[in-house]
Design a protein around this ligand. Structure first.
Ligand SMILES: Nc1ncnc2c1ncn2[C@@H]1O[C@H](COP(=O)(O)OP(=O)(O)OP(=O)(O)O)[C@@H](O)[C@H]1O
Ligand SMILES: [Mg+2]
Length: 494
């Protein structure tokens, strides 16, 4: 019986220690030895080496003398490597046969993992609700910009000979573009933008190309080192996104260096197992680390740095959207971002990218817009006149003939009467009476080949995959611009 009891104590999941009245350790079970980093016969004083808090030791002694102990108190202990960790602690007095106190028994549960998990959960919930708010705002602004941006662009084109008004239109266009960029960043944080396609790419090349573009931004006293190994497996990401990530982290590091110091980019591959507590799915990941020896991040700011609009920079110097964008992109990829920082010593960001299982392709975007007449006709179907007119102007400009329909019924009859003259349909997804999906299906009933490009506002971006699976030629999120149009037409060889 006695032996079985000792074995039970030895194998308890929680730490158990018995000590003399002066704190000298008499016995520790296996869990306690693991948690406290001590050997079985090591000389340890529980009060001085483990509790290290005079007030708490006094409270424990008093409680043992008056009520025979304490139950479930939350406090911190130290292991033998001086690492502090949170525990739930229960203390009992140990009595001799004659009733005199001969020692104390400590039972403690290590709460580090649970606390970390709780903090992670709170952070995730916070980011989720900020994400919803951000996406709501971004959605509204996106709609407004759909009217402003392309019209400003078109006005500019018609005013090339009127310098004063051209400059004004240019100013509107530039401001609207800037607003568009903020909206884009908010959308990538809120993870509602699936505009570009992910491709398998080489992280090493992405880092060196981006750093090359950034070259002069760093200043003479700042050393930037690319230490990425050359044999990294590819990752799957939209190329402009990875550039955004690298730029944001590099600029933050540069700012933290306040004029001089070092920024190191490095990477390695890790395998995340099935039972990992990281929250990441099982599989291979490339970890990109961006390390600087700058001023570091204060403890109280660490959990806020990914919030949109959180910045410690002077007004006008930072919008506080850099890291929230990075966070959104990484979460979208089902990756992870971690930060380690010490004030006055520096900061390290670790980004976990899932490894892609397809080969690297080298996509090169074509910047030129061809405006030759194409002798092709495009039917634009949208219930909003502003959008219709704008799309018509853009298509006219890049050389297409256009027809416009205010809604699905008109579109269907126009198509049926057009005698196969229409070469492409641009169809809005959300319209009153009949939505774009039904309209698309109706069109397919009498014309199984005509390419149909679906367009939509922000909120519907999750329909992209469905629509492509149904046979749509492409899916464009509003606001679109000339370049996107011409690229899409090129892609579908219109
Ligand atoms: N490497 C770093 N070292 C020290 N502090 C950092 C570092 N990276 C980010 N921070 C802190 O996190 C805050 C938020 O960063 P974030 O990139 O989101 O916004 P920002 O740089 O202030 O503005 P923006 O990126 O929009 O121009 C920064 O203001 C800064 O306080
Ligand atoms: Mg930044």
């Amino acid at each position: 019986m006695q032996r079985r009891l000792s074995q039970l104590v030895e194998e308890l999941h929680d730490g158990f220690c018995s000590v003399r009245m002066d704190g000298e350790l008499i016995y520790s079970n296996l869990s306690a030895r693991e948690i406290l980093n001590i050997e079985e016969d090591q000389s340890v004083n529980f009060f001085n080496d483990i509790i290290r808090n005079e007030k708490l030791v006094k409270r424990i002694k008093d409680a043992v003398n008056t009520q025979n102990g304490l139950k479930d108190i939350e406090c911190d202990l130290f292991d033998f490597k001086s690492k502090k960790f949170p525990v739930i602690l229960t203390v009992n007095g140990i009595r001799d046969i004659d009733g005199s106190k001969v020692g104390l028994a400590f039972l403690f549960k290590d709460m580090s993992a649970l606390k970390a998990m709780h903090a992670q959960l709170l952070q995730a919930q916070k980011m989720e609700s900020i994400g919803m708010l951000a996406s709501g705002i971004a959605h509204e602004f996106n709609n407004l910009l759909s009217g402003i941006l392309p019209n400003a662009e078109l006005i500019k084109m018609t005013l090339e000979n009127d310098q004063a008004n051209f400059a004004r239109a240019e100013a509107i266009h530039k401001s609207a573009q800037r607003a568009g960029n903020i909206v884009k960043q908010l959308l990538s944080f809120a993870r509602h933008d699936h505009i570009e396609e992910d491709v398998s790419l080489n992280l090493n090349r992405a880092v060196s190309e981006t750093l090359e573009i950034m070259g002069k931004l760093f200043g003479k006293e700042i050393t930037v080192e690319n230490k990425l190994p050359i044999d990294l497996p590819p990752i799957k990401i939209d190329p402009t996104r990875i550039q955004q990530i690298i730029m944001n982290l590099a600029i933050n590091a540069r700012d933290a260096l306040e004029g001089s110091g070092k920024i190191i980019f490095t990477a390695k591959t890790v395998e995340i197992g099935k039972r990992s507590e990281s929250g990441l799915g099982e599989g291979q990941y490339v970890i990109l680390s961006v390390i600087d020896n700058g001023k570091g991040i204060k403890m109280e700011n660490i959990e806020r740095i990914f919030d949109p609009f959180f910045t410690t920079k002077e007004p006008g110097k930072g919008t506080g959207l850099g890291l929230s964008t990075v966070y959104g992109i990484i979460k979208n990829l089902k990756g992870e971002i971690k930060v380690y920082s010490e004030v006055d010593r520096g900061t390290r960001f670790d980004l976990y990218f899932p490894v892609s299982n397809t080969d690297v392709i080298n996509a090169q975007a074509d910047e030129t817009i061809s405006t030759n007449r194409k002798n092709k006709t495009v039917l634009i179907v949208d219930d909003e006149k502003v959008i219709r007119d704008m799309a018509k102007d853009m298509l006219d400009y890049i050389g297409y003939d256009t027809l416009c329909a205010e809604g699905p019924m008109q579109a269907i009859s126009m198509l049926q009467e057009s005698d196969n003259k229409v070469d492409l349909v641009i169809l809005d997804l959300v319209m009153p009476k009949m939505n774009g999906v039904t309209c698309f299906q109706e069109i397919r009933k009498f014309n199984s080949t005509i390419p149909v490009i679906i367009t939509s506002g922000v909120g519907e971006s999750n329909k992209r995959d469905d629509m492509l699976a149904m046979g749509a030629a492409e899916y464009l999120q509003k606001p679109y611009d000339l370049k996107t149009f011409s690229q899409v037409f090129e892609k579908i060889k219109l």
